[in-house]
Write a protein that binds this ligand. Sequence first.
Ligand code: AMP
Length: 211
Amino acid sequence: MNIFVFLGAPGSGKGTQAKRLSETKKYHHFSTGDMLRAAIRADAPLGKKAQGYIKKGELVPDDIMIGLIEDALSCLDNSSQVILDGFPRTVPQAEALDKKVSTTVNSAIFFDIPHSELIERLSGRRTCSQCGESYHIDFSPPKKPNLCDKCDGDLIHRPDDKVDVVKKRLEVFTKQNDGLLKYYGNRRNLNTINANKPIETVESELKQYLQ
Ligand code: AMP
């Protein structure tokens, strides 16, 4: 199984790019944030375990996240191409992924962007409460106010996209990310993209690393 890991701060655009690529049907896209939010909406046991951490902008414990990804990958056949968006977030998660039989992390792609840019991106981000599609009130607004272009679901400002939680999420990200960059750097499969560019420019650079 060929795995592409997307690393980057919340709001760096990795989810947007992963969704665009998965629309080509070439890749299976797993966003751990979306999976957890779906579990919360469904009032599932996983959602109950995760919601306190998410609300505070903290990471959900590694054992829960590793189990979630192992289950998701076990449903795929060995020829699959997979994009992991938001996993791994810690070195133990990266190690667990590498230990999984018949998976190879082809490339870890780091979406690099100044943190000053992220506060603006996240405070203007609106997310579909049904399908998870993202919009920005100024840079990529929906066609109809507050409604998703794809499924007509209501758009919400995620509680963890509000400024105080965003600051905590960025702090948590900064603490974990250096370790991950070192981990993949040592394995020589780290690529860095300047994510502070228009969506289409980032997408065409990204495609070089997905061969
Ligand atoms: P995201 O939508 O990727 O920004 O994730 C939203 C929240 O879900 C994060 O702030 C964490 O609380 C939790 N989360 C998502 N992925 C992970 C992960 N791999 N490890 C730990 N917590 C995660």
